[in-house]
Design a protein around this ligand. Structure first.
Ligand SMILES: [Zn+2]
Length: 330
């Protein structure tokens, strides 16, 4: 800890050693500790309070495949924390030009980027990929310090800016390379710092039948950032049976192909076995583990389905029915 003096009201208070900015707990003034310059500081209000966040978390889980029937009645909150996590926000613009034969094309990308300004949470990687709200922020008020856990930024805006520059550069290059067959290069990058924002995240620890699970809800837009939830016995059995079925079917298929192509059934069998074990590994892992995970961030464009989503698809198409209601929107 080190002591700093607020350049606005003169109060002195302690901050952690690594902090590069600080917000005065007395007047709310945010400044750079080295230069004492004022920093633009916002926060996002909590639009989803504790009760609506908990409701959102449970209704999200109820829509997942394989959740026990009594999940709603039998799940209880053990602990809730409201975290105010610091983020640097940038307005980023980039342009790439592609030269193909005699013509050229220009691609633009404009984005508001948020980069975490603090690390040390178990959910650091979730924060990095989360789509935060960008609208609805207001100027920082010290009164929010009482409502949740507040974290001073420990990552400088300069290094966050460098990261934003490389993100926008790779995004615009990817777009150019996907649509143009010629040679693309970045012709303009413009990243402007908007300010520091403190963003509310609900962290839940809940229990279902003496087992503990956790979840994260965006306090501003109510999105489910991460959840862990139990799977019913039927769902686990189904996962196990289907992975055994995959392994058996492809090993036998491999044996047949091996016999026909190279006259070696054992080689084919082994190749089929290895391949299918690899492909059904996520299913097997889920069937044997106690928890399944989910998030609203797993978007439609994600090509890798989670094991349970995969199982619910199989169930839909082959008509295998457990007595668990399924809703799966693709
Ligand atoms: Zn002050």
């Amino acid at each position: 800890m080190k002591q700093v003096k607020c350049p606005n009201c003169g109060a002195t208070f302690d901050v952690i050693e690594t902090a590069s900015f600080s917000t005065c707990p007395y007047c709310g003034y945010t400044f750079n500790i080295q230069t004492l310059q004022e920093w633009t500081h916002y926060f996002f209000p909590v639009y989803f309070n504790q009760n609506s966040a908990w409701l959102k978390l449970r209704s999200f889980i109820l829509r997942r495949y394989g959740v026990p029937h009594d999940f709603y009645e039998s799940s209880n909150i053990n602990n809730i924390t409201l975290h105010y996590v610091p983020l640097h926000i940038f307005h980023a613009e980039a342009e790439a030009t592609c030269q193909h034969k005699k013509s050229s094309a220009t691609y633009h990308k404009v984005l508001d980027l948020t980069v975490p300004a603090y690390s040390g949470f178990w959910f650091d990687s979730i924060l990095r990929s989360h789509k935060f709200s960008v609208r609805g922020k207001t100027f920082f008020k010290p009164s929010i310090l009482e409502k949740g856990k507040y974290y001073p930024p420990s990552i400088s805006s300069e290094s966050a800016k460098n990261l934003s520059q490389s993100i926008i550069t790779s995004l615009v290059l990817r777009e150019a390379n996907e649509s143009c067959r010629g040679y693309s290069q970045v012709s303009k990058v413009d990243v402007n710092y908007i300010g520091l924002v403190h963003y509310p995240i609900w962290e839940f620890y809940y229990s279902y039948k003496n087992e503990s699970f956790k979840g994260l809800i965006d306090g501003t837009n109510g999105r489910v950032m991460f959840v862990e939830y139990p799977l019913s016995r039927e769902a686990k059995t189904f996962l196990l049976v289907s992975s055994v079925a995959i392994v058996t079917a492809s090993s036998l298929g491999g044996m047949l192909i091996g016999l026909v192509l190279v006259g070696n059934a054992i080689l084919g069998f082994c190749l089929g076995l290895v391949g299918s074990l690899a492909s059904s590994a996520p299913l097997l892992l889920t069937a044997f583990s106690l928890k399944e995970r989910g998030s609203e961030e797993i978007s439609k464009k994600d090509s890798l389905l989670s094991a349970v989503e995969w199982a619910s698809l199989v169930e839909k198409f082959i008509g295998f029915r457990t007595n668990v209601p399924i809703t799966f929107d693709l």
